[in-house]
Ligand binder design. Structure first.
Ligand code: C2O
Ligand code: CU
Ligand code: CU
Length: 511
């Protein structure tokens, strides 16, 4: 414990109370079997040393089954137990298993169906994050599946190859359900087998590796806990799990390996790079391939964002995928919110001899210029506290109505001194500028989630989904799960001009 003369550990700059300090010490003690306890490790501060050795588990690949030409997947939500700390089983939830879910995989142009059975004692939904699909099938908070009930949303995949994901979206309890383990990847491929994607590593689990990264807030018994009030960002964990495993090692057998990284944390931001600062190529953002491979030494992901990267390995070497202190903008010091430490995520161990991989193509995708903004509908969203435009989520209020396929430009302001992010359902959008400056190249491609750094204005452009539906709204929200649960969300309807009251508040509006 800190002596009276030493600066006390703080959280959001507020000195910790004695109870928080005791809790912090307890949190640090949980890794005791693996590492020595870290004195004064604050809640949300990741215990810096974990022993690496467990093999990285790969979520099972599920390509579904063709049923009358429809690619059909089956997901069952279930409760289970999972050991983050060996010998200490924790209560968890998963799809078709105890923790996380299978990686679903489909091809552009296909009709897909996801048959879902809810075997949990609680109601849930399954939301397809990043998918362009009709609102009625998107699994938002209106699509509740009661315990014991089933549903089978169906749609046609009409978007480029990408790494998307699925997770629950019950209003007010998304953080808990995702936090207990309900999350999985949904990979989309292009039908052509000879495009640039063919030159990228693409053998699932061999040189094409799914990586679901989450901070876990484990207690002294290795159980998952939540602390939504502990920090401006909500729950921050004290350990880092990759595909559900702390201290995981990925055996590498090819000289290039592709990592499809998802930040599935509630509130933590990661800045992924390698411990030896080697450069890698980013090849895709949330909604698909970048125009060309982008050489980087780090890529930052806020909760729900994805990046696909390709890293080169030499025979016999080991390198750590590390998270460095994230860049939190001009307002915050780099160590704000317990984010200042470097910590290790997954170690890559290359075999003594590696199979050769194809060289990366020079060009990856024909990325169209962001939609013409001159005839777009402009909207402003101000993020503050737990509100967007001064309102918290009301399931019965529709915030606006838009035309199917309509052009939109949104000005999105974060007026707080801490970060938020923005996610929109049913679309992939493009970032036009940040405070008037062009976006960093890693955010210049298709996005469904963007960071909103303190006091920054982001401007985005997109086309509304082509699906009119006067009943089912799409959501837009902060994807920091505590903020989302606390109501930092709004909803819009996509309606044909005939039925949409020209953008005026719709009849769904409540007082
Ligand atoms: Cu990833 Cu509205 O969700
Ligand atoms: Cu979503
Ligand atoms: Cu937020």
């Amino acid at each position: 414990m800190a002596g009276s003369g030493a600066p006390r550990p703080t959280l959001d700059g507020v000195p910790l109370t004695r109870r928080q300090l005791l809790r912090a010490t307890a949190a640090a003690a949980i890794i005791a079997p693996l590492v020595p306890a870290v004195a004064g490790c604050a809640p949300g501060e990741v215990v810096p040393k974990t022993q690496f050795g467990a093999r990285l588990p790969i979520p099972p690949l599920d390509e579904g089954a063709l049923d009358d030409g429809i690619r059909t997947f089956r997901l069952a939500t279930q409760a289970g137990t999972h050991e983050f700390v060996p010998g200490q089983p924790a209560q968890t939830m998963g799809y078709n298993g105890a923790y996380l879910g299978p990686t679903l995989r489909a091809t552009r142009g296909e009709r897909v169906r996801v048959a879902i059975d809810n075997r949990l004692p609680d109601a849930t939904t399954v939301h397809f994050h990043g998918m362009v699909l009709p609102a009625a099938t998107d699994g938002g908070p209106h699509a509740m599946i009661e315990p014991g009930a089933s549903t089978a949303p169906e749609w046609t995949v009409k978007q480029p190859a990408a790494t998307l994901w699925y997770h629950p979206h019950p209003h007010g309890s998304t953080e808990k359900q995702v936090g207990y383990g309900l999350a999985g990847l949904f990979i989309l491929d292009e039908p052509a087998t000879d495009g640039p994607a063919a030159a990228l590593p693409h053998t699932y689990g061999v040189d094409d590796i799914p990586l679901v990264v989450q901070d876990r807030r484990l207690d002294a018994d290795g159980k998952i806990t939540f602390d939504p009030a502990g920090n401006s960002l909500g729950t921050l964990g004290n350990s880092i799990a990759a595909n559900g495993t702390l201290g995981a090692v990925l055996p590498v057998t090819t000289d290039r390996v592709r990592l499809r990284i998802l930040n599935a944390s509630a509130g933590r931001w990661f800045k992924f790079g390698f411990a030896d600062h080697r450069r890698f190529h980013m090849v895709a953002s949330d909604g698909g391939l970048l125009a060309a491979p982008l050489q980087l030494d780090a890529v930052q992901l806020s909760p729900a964002e994805r990046a696909e990267i390709v890293v080169e390995m030499k025979p016999g070497e080991s390198v750590m995928l590390r998270s460095f202190a994230p860049d939190l903008g001009r307002v915050n010091p780099p160590d704000a919110f317990g984010g200042g430490k470097d910590f290790d995520v997954v170690r890559l161990d290359a075999a003594a001899s590696l199979a050769p991989s194809a060289t990366l193509p020079a060009m990856l995708a024909a990325l169209p210029a962001p939609a013409d903004t001159t005839h777009a509908t402009a909207r402003s969203l101000t993020f503050s506290g737990r509100q967007i435009n001064g309102k918290t989520m009301d399931m019965n209020r529709v915030d606006f109505t838009a035309a199917p396929g309509g052009s939109e430009v949104w000005f999105v302001d974060n007026v707080n001194a801490y970060q938020h992010n923005l996610h929109i359902h049913g679309v992939q959008f493009r970032l036009l500028d940040i405070d008037g400056n062009p976006p960093p190249p890693e955010r210049a491609g298709w996005k469904d989630t963007i960071p909103l750094l303190p006091r920054e204005r982001n401007r985005i452009a997109f086309r509304m989904p082509p699906y009119a539906d006067a009943e089912h709204p799409y959501m837009y929200h902060c994807h920091l799960l505590t903020h989302e649960d606390e109501g930092m969300m709004g909803q819009f309807l996509v309606e044909d001009a005939g039925t949409a009251g020209s953008g005026a508040p719709s009849s769904h509006q409540h007082g």
